[in-house]
Design a protein around this ligand. Structure first.
Ligand SMILES: Nc1ncnc2c1ncn2[C@@H]1O[C@H](COP(=O)(O)OP(=O)(O)OP(=O)(O)O)[C@@H](O)[C@H]1O
Ligand SMILES: [Mg+2]
Length: 253
């Protein structure tokens, strides 16, 4: 599904190298987790994949189902099935949440040559999916994320994902700031979307999330590279001992 090969990325303005050779493959149907210390480049990777401005790819490739992601505009990447749930969701004053979702869903359907959802169909779907995430109707009417609590913003990101039904879902610390019940709802939302033709890249600091969303592979990122990959037990090791042991082991190798 997602293939990243030796990806090097620098900041466009200062030329500072952030990603220093990320290689990662997420096969269809799998959930991969990325853990790693603050500042190791996890969000940068998600931004570069989704096409945010300000980064220069200096080396390497990234493809989604064989399509060169780095050549595409952000909206083309979205239409191709890429979705990013932001670590820090942005507020969009003046744009109603419901209008935003409907516009996004229909833009993607259109880009894929599918018919747009009618107002009625859309309303039924969004109410059902919002309810599953404990997002009430009032929040759907408010401007996107404006005045939402931290946890409400994160749940709203998952609602967007549930509505867009992307093929490749990247979640950047969606669990941070969620209370235990909200985390369970978010995990249920993700698990409900798990499918043979859909993959997830879940960036998290906490093993706790991975109890609910059991990953196929856990990657450890440090200083702009994936330094170790393993099974879910790797997340437990991080939780218990921090990163020191893993980094020492990698440095020795
Ligand atoms: N626009 C920018 N200007 C300056 N430095 C930047 C910029 N964007 C990223 N960086 C730096 O790149 C490094 C990687 O940042 P990134 O946000 O990808 O880390 P992260 O792994 O997501 O960390 P966290 O776990 O804290 O979310 C950091 O040292 C950060 O300060
Ligand atoms: Mg981050």
């Amino acid at each position: 599904m997602l293939q990243i090969n030796n990806l090097h990325v620098a900041l466009e303005d200062e030329g500072k190298q952030i990603l220093k050779g990320v290689t990662l493959t997420v096969p269809a149907g799998q959930v991969h987790a990325i853990m790693g210390p603050n500042g190791s480049g996890k969000s940068t990777l998600s931004y570069v994949l989704s096409g945010r401005d300000g980064y220069e790819v200096t080396e390497g490739q990234a493809t989604l189902e064989g399509h060169d992601l780095l050549e595409m505009e952000p909206e083309e990447r979205a239409a191709a099935g890429l979705f990013l749930a932001f670590q820090y969701p942005v507020e969009i004053p003046g744009v109603g949440n419901m209008t935003f979702l409907r516009t996004a869903v229909n833009a993607q359907r259109k880009a894929r040559g599918e018919e747009e959802l009618s107002a009625g169909e859309f309303l039924k779907l969004v109410r059902e999916r919002a309810k599953a995430l404990d997002i009430d109707a009032e929040m759907l009417k408010r401007p996107v994320n404006v005045g939402f609590s931290g946890g409400e913003k994160k749940r709203n990101e998952i609602l967007q994902m549930a509505m867009l039904e992307p093929r490749m879902c990247i979640l950047d610390e969606t669990d941070s700031g969620l209370d235990v019940d909200a985390m369970r709802l978010v995990a249920q939302g993700v698990n409900a979307l798990r499918a043979p033709d859909r993959s997830f890249l879940v960036i998290t600091h906490y093993q706790r999330l991975l109890d609910h969303i059991v990953p196929d592979v856990v990657h450890i990122m440090f200083d702009g590279r994936i330094v170790k990959s393993g099974g879910p037990e790797l997340a437990l090791e991080v939780e218990q001992n921090g990163y020191a042991d893993i980094l020492a082991e990698v440095a020795d190798a």
